[in-house]
Design a binder for this molecule. Structure first.
Ligand SMILES: Cc1cc2nc3c(=O)[nH]c(=O)nc-3n(C[C@H](O)[C@H](O)[C@H](O)COP(=O)(O)OP(=O)(O)OC[C@H]3O[C@@H](n4cnc5c(N)ncnc54)[C@H](O)[C@@H]3O)c2cc1C
Length: 430
């Protein structure tokens, strides 16, 4: 019989609990395990989610399993331990965490890397009547709602319309709007021949005067033009007052009919973060010093999207999460060796977003800019390379090739179930 690999750290090594199996949490686990600590990773899901490709799941291009990776496979590979559970409370004095299922664990150091969820900015009805896109569940629910709406359009016959509204013109909103436009162009034609393409409306609403705020103005303009060329109605400088089950009400008094409203604007700490007893800043995110130690705590760190770092306004992206997760782990190591902590120095490696097939924008340091097919190939390559797991990379490659190579010849969509009646999955971001 094959020998089973077990916990490899020394049993007197410091115990570190990492909460959250996202980019920041996994980077922290790998670094801490390498340094010989006893590491336990806690997540409310048994997998790590590759959020950058969730919109492909939501638009029926990738299978849900393509974008998640077993947290246990990761911890096993690194000689760490995994515990399924939701963080419910922290006793920083007694150095214990409490999970929602009643489990309690002691730690010497704690790294919080729980990521963020949607922020609704007090817009009436937004949480109840829109769908989010933060988790695998969100993506599956959204895909099922989108496909169900197209089926209903087919059943209703000529003269009926369906309206998809995306709120938020950041990378997620732009990518989703572009992918929906592609779905309309390829899948509708092939799978719903009786449905008139003109009866499917896609609207992207953004409060700022531009899309993709962190990008260069020329790239912002290119992304907007590409969306418009693909038949997306882009409404900039547009504020939303309320979301109802079938409508988006704008601050200027206008009503936009909306059968499926997707909320892709803003970020806030996950529900329940208020019960951790830690200092919170904008959106409930956890306040840390430059070394990522939570304000007022000497053994608790925060990394990734959940951390609001003094004097370092990091974007909510994969690279800052990876670099901060690794940095938090290195500071634990320094403290264990009796050394002083150091501030995080962020290395900007650039940003990218895609609009759709053969269309993306890339902005690298030192003024390097790219757009169009080259940028799209760079986007595609990077996303496939950074996906966790060889099997995921292969299946994502096959599914994306199917989507983009079979362009206009069927574009077979991945389908699920007809969702239960009601506007959304209930609690986006969980
Ligand atoms: C749709 C979408 C598209 C994106 N596209 C890009 C992109 O193209 N490029 C890019 O760089 N960035 C992109 N981002 C942003 C990027 O994914 C995030 O910045 C990054 O995932 C943050 O990493 P993190 O480790 O802080 O959190 P996450 O990756 O969100 O991981 C947090 C983990 O914590 C767990 N968790 C949460 N609360 C609890 C709790 N109470 N108890 C236990 N576990 C908990 C969650 O289950 C999750 O596994 C995108 C984000 C989204 C939502």
């Amino acid at each position: 019989m094959r020998r089973r690999r077990r916990w490899v750290a020394r049993t007197d090594a410091p115990r570190v609990i990492v909460v959250g199996a996202g980019f920041a949490g996994l980077a922290a686990v790998a670094e801490l395990a390498r340094a010989g600590m006893q590491v336990m990773l806690v997540d409310r899901n048994v997998y790590s989610t590759f959020q950058p490709l969730l919109y492909q799941v939501a638009t029926a291009g990738l299978n849900p399993g393509d974008v998640v990776y077993s947290a246990r496979a990761f911890t096993r590979r690194h000689g760490a331990r995994f515990r399924l559970g939701e963080l419910a409370g922290i006793d920083a004095v007694g150095r214990r965490v409490r999970l929602a299922d009643g489990g309690e664990f002691e730690y010497d150091y704690l790294v919080l890397a729980t990521g963020v969820s949607a922020a609704y900015y007090g817009v009436r009805g937004a949480a109840e009547n829109s769908l989010g896109l933060y988790t695998r569940r969100d993506a599956v629910a959204l895909r099922d709602h989108i496909m169900a709406r197209l089926e209903r359009l087919d059943i209703a016959g000529p003269g009926k319309d369906v309206n998809f509204t995306i709120v938020g013109g950041g990378a997620t909103g732009v990518e989703l709007a572009g992918a929906l436009a592609e779905l309309r162009e390829t899948a509708l034609d092939a799978a719903f021949p009786e449905v008139d393409l003109a009866s499917v409306h896609i609207t992207l609403v953004e409060m700022a005067p531009v899309l993709l705020t962190p990008f260069d103005p020329a790239l912002q303009d290119y992304a907007r033009q590409e969306l418009v060329r693909r038949g997306v109605e882009v409404r900039l400088s547009t504020e939303i007052r309320e979301v109802t089950p079938d409508c988006v009400l704008l601050a200027n008094g206008e009503d936009l009919p909306s059968d499926v409203t997707i909320w892709a604007a803003g970020v806030a700490a996950p529900a329940g973060a208020g019960a951790w007893g830690l200092p919170q800043g904008r959106g409930g995110r956890i306040l840390t010093g430059p070394d990522l130690r939570v304000h007022g705590q000497d053994r608790v760190f925060a990394a990734g999207d959940i951390a609001l770092v003094d004097g370092l306004p990091l974007p909510q992206l994969a690279q800052p999460a990876i670099q901060s997760g690794r940095h938090a782990a290195r500071q634990v190591e320094r403290l264990v060796k009796g050394r002083a902590t150091a501030p995080l120095l962020y290395h900007d490696k650039g940003i990218m977003a895609t609009v759709g097939r053969r269309s993306a924008v890339v902005q690298l340091p030192h003024g390097v800019r790219a757009r169009g097919t080259l940028a799209w190939l760079a986007w595609l390559g990077l996303h496939l390379v950074t996906l966790l797991g060889g099997r995921n990379r292969l299946s994502a490659l096959i599914n994306l090739s199917w989507r983009y190579v079979s362009w206009g010849h069927g574009g077979g969509v991945i389908v699920g179930d007809d969702p239960p009646p009601g506007p959304g999955p209930g609690r986006p971001g969980e």
